[in-house]
Ligand binder design. Sequence first.
Ligand code: COA
Length: 259
Amino acid sequence: MNFSTLHTTLEKNIFIITINRPDKLNALNKTVLNELDAAIQNVYDDENIKAAIITGAGEKAFVAGADIAEFMEVKNEDGASLAKKGQQIFFKIENCQKPVIAAVNGFALGGGCELAMACHFRLASEHAKFGQPEVNLGLIPGYGGTQRLPMTVSKGKAMELMMTGNMIDAKEAKELGMVNYVTPAENLLEKTKEILNVILTKSPFAVSKVIAAVNAFYDCNKNGFDEEIKLFAETFASNDKKEGTAAFIEKRKPVFTGK
Ligand code: COA
């Protein structure tokens, strides 16, 4: 796929989306958001893609936030549509049936932290920094940060981060549960791929239902336990369950088809 602000590659069924505006610390302008939307749609649609990684170009930033310069061009009355658009794209990431993992290679601020939180889980390089500095601009997070950060850390810590605008380092982000692993920068993508390669040996159908069931816990329109029963039943009736259980009994490796 050809994008002007993203670089994408497909490596052994893993689609790597690199946000590519390093001179602006990969800030999310309209073009990046539109292209990210299209790239994620491609993850939904392309059968050769089994998982995705989102990362940032350059050594300094994952994404340093929404593009502040572009805010100057947006009319006061268009704030709601700006937030809504970002939220829709991040919901699309969160609800993708294939794993979408953030490899946070530097600053993840504002919309960058929100993007990372919308991914299914996160790894970070040792020099990564996280924060929601919108208060410095007289704003609040608008791409889901006020909702996903308290889910990921705690209400109190999320309040502190959003009220102070302070950044935290990768070590603290790991202690808070925002990231699963911290690696040297040069190992970040390899470690992310290593985890995805384990996931890709499992039933894609079951993995997609894990995503849906866990997301249901955070969806106030759903009863997560009821959703789990429904999704468990779907896996129970699947070909992958038939294959997985037969392979166990026959002491061989399963060959999953994702159905
Ligand atoms: N939007 C637009 N441009 C941004 C940006 C953003 N969110 N973050 C960084 N940039 C641009 C800078 O304007 C600068 O561009 P220039 O070279 O044309 O002047 C370039 O990226 C490099 O950033 P700079 O500030 O010079 O780097 P630094 O190392 O001194 O500081 C940060 C790094 C991340 C601390 C600083 O860039 C920053 O605070 N960014 C804004 C973070 C933010 O508030 N995000 C939330 C937005 S809602």
